[in-house]
Structure formats: structure tokens, C-alpha cells
Design a protein around this ligand. Structure first.
Ligand code: ZN
Length: 306
């Protein structure tokens, strides 16, 4: 998960300049892990198991609403393996104001979520910080957001689609997983979220992988060709040896005899090279014609003697 953690840590340090985007990013945290709490809904809580995410939420809250009071609550998860951090906005009025502003920014008149592009980028960054992960590109290309909230999953999906990226959605152990599988599209998304270091790292791996694949393809292709040439030459040598054994090369017409001898002496020469060795030189198709004659003669012998 090192690559994923690096990406998360990088995104945790990105704080958007525009106020609208900070609200949008905070609203992603709210959608995924936020709740109005208390009998009178007097608290606004953001809960996360990642301390860097808690710090990011706190940074956003303080920069947006310097006057509010916050509290950090830390407890062990039920499995006791991880810590759960809650960032709590304390006073009722303030909590409602923050909540209200996040809600207000959401829908356009057309019912679209988050009207501005800059805010949609910030929203995806927040969603990734809260519930995203990315596989090390050395293994495979995969970036995903996983959540139990179907509404949040739908928002993430439509926000990604708004950038013309082909995200898919699937279910895993009761959670909804919004994912991208295409290397190029993952790069675009990393760029949109502002994970430039991760993007460079991802691209480096991708370029190397592509080159390796290409080299492998070339090597395979070349090996196949070389194999074919060698196999053909070996078959020709066998034909000629069969003729030599049963009737002797001297019994062949002069041109055929010359080609047969040259092939025996130069088993790996190409047809063109053989042609150049002939006196007088012979064209490639001339050589080919003689090779065929030799093959027919050998086949004839094989029928007679074997
Ligand atoms: Zn914005």
C-alpha cells in the first residue's frame, strides 16, 4: 500500500486557495464520514481512521471558519487494531452554519452536483483522502473509492464522469466500489486531484512497463523469424544430404549441384546470400526455384528408399 499511502499523504498537503473548493473538499469528507450528532444535532462530526485526513479536515475547518471551536476525539476501533479520530465542531450554531454552507454549494439549478470544475476536483481529492486507494502501477492499473454510502458513491461516480472519465462501479463485501482501470485515465484523475508527485511516479512506471512490453514483443517476433529461417535451412540441408547419400550430388545438373553444395557449406546463409555466392550470381527467386527442385528430388528419393 506504499504507493497509495504516498498518494494520500501528498493529497493531504494540498490545500486549495479558493474558498469554494475548500468547502467542496470538506463536503466530500462530510458525505463519506460526516454526521450531525447529539440530541439536538448540535455537533458536526467528521470521523476517519487516518490521522493525516483528520489533520486535513481540521486545516480546512480552521481556514474556513476561524471562529469555531473544535475538538479531536480519539478511540480504538472495535477490532482495536486501528485508531478512529473524530474532528468535532462543537457549538450548535456553528455546526449548523458549516453544514449549511456545504449543503448550499451542492446542487445547480439543473440538479447537477457541484457546479464548478475547480470544486469537483477538490471534491474528488477529499473523497480519495477519505476512501480512496491506488494500486502500485508495477502490479496493475487500479484506482478506487470504496464506501458504504450509496449516495456518496453515486456522487463520486458522477463527478468522475463529469470529467469524461470512464469509471465503473461494483460491489465488494457490502461496500460500493467506484473504480478506474485505465492507466491513462488514472493519470488524468491524479492530475485533477492535484497528486503531481504520484502522477510522475505512476507515469515513470507506465513508460518503463510499455517499453518492456514493446521490447519483449520485438524479441519474440525476431526469435520467431530467426527460428523459421533456421528450421527451413536445416530442412534444406537434410534434403541435400539425402540426395548425396543415394544418388550423389555430381549426378545433379550443374546449377542445381552448385546450389546444393553451397547450401551444405553455408547452412545458415539466407537465400540472397547463397545467390551472391553462385558463379555467375543467381537471383533470390532463382535460388528458391532450385531449393524447391532439391526438395522434390529428396521427396522422390524418400518415397523410393524409405
Ligand atoms: Zn471551487
Amino acid at each position: 500500500m506504499a504507493f497509495s499511502d504516498d498518494t494520500r499523504n501528498e493529497l493531504a498537503r494540498v490545500v486549495p486557495a479558493a474558498r469554494c473548493c475548500r468547502v467542496a473538499e470538506l463536503s466530500a469528507f462530510y458525505d463519506l464520514d460526516g454526521m450531525l450528532m447529539g440530541n439536538a444535532k448540535q455537533y458536526l462530526d467528521f470521523t476517519t481512521s487516518a490521522p493525516v485526513v483528520a489533520r486535513k479536515v481540521l486545516t480546512l475547518l480552521r481556514s474556513l471558519y476561524p471562529e469555531i471551536s473544535t475538538q479531536i476525539l480519539v478511540r480504538r476501533s472495535r477490532s482495536r487494531r486501528t485508531q478512529i479520530c473524530t474532528v468535532r465542531v462543537l457549538q450548535t450554531k456553528e455546526a449548523q452554519a458549516v453544514y449549511g454552507e456545504m449543503k448550499e454549494q451542492r446542487y445547480t439549478a439543473k440538479g447537477e452536483y457541484l457546479r464548478k470544475k475547480c470544486c469537483r476536483r477538490a471534491y474528488l481529492r477529499g473523497a480519495f483522502l477519505g476512501h480512496g486507494s491506488i494500486t502500485n502501477p508495477e502490479r496493475t492499473y487500479h484506482l478506487e473509492f470504496s464506501t458504504d454510502h450509496s449516495q456518496a458513491a453515486a456522487r463520486i461516480l458522477s463527478t468522475i464522469h463529469s470529467f469524461h472519465l470512464a469509471a465503473g462501479v461494483t460491489q465488494r463485501k457490502g461496500s460500493l466500489v467506484v473504480y478506474l482501470k485505465d492507466g491513462e485515465e488514472i493519470v488524468t484523475l491524479l492530475n485533477l486531484m492535484g497528486a503531481h508527485q504520484a502522477l510522475l511516479q505512476f507515469e515513470n512506471v507506465r513508460v518503463l512497463k510499455e517499453m518492456r512490453n514493446q521490447v519483449n514483443r520485438l524479441v519474440n517476433c525476431e526469435t520467431a523469424n530467426v527460428d523459421k529461417t533456421i528450421k527451413a535451412a536445416m530442412a534444406q540441408v537434410e534434403d541435400i544430404q539425402l540426395i548425396e547419400k543415394h544418388i550423389g550430388l555430381d549426378e545433379l545438373p550443374p546449377k542445381l549441384r552448385q546450389v546444393a553444395k553451397l547450401r551444405l557449406e553455408n547452412p545458415y546463409a539466407s537465400l540472397k546470400e547463397l545467390g551472391d555466392m553462385c558463379v555467375p550470381p543467381m537471383s533470390k527467386s532463382g535460388i528458391n526455384y532450385r531449393i524447391r527442385q532439391l526438395r522434390e528430388k529428396a521427396a522422390e528419393i524418400a518415397r523410393l528408399y524409405q
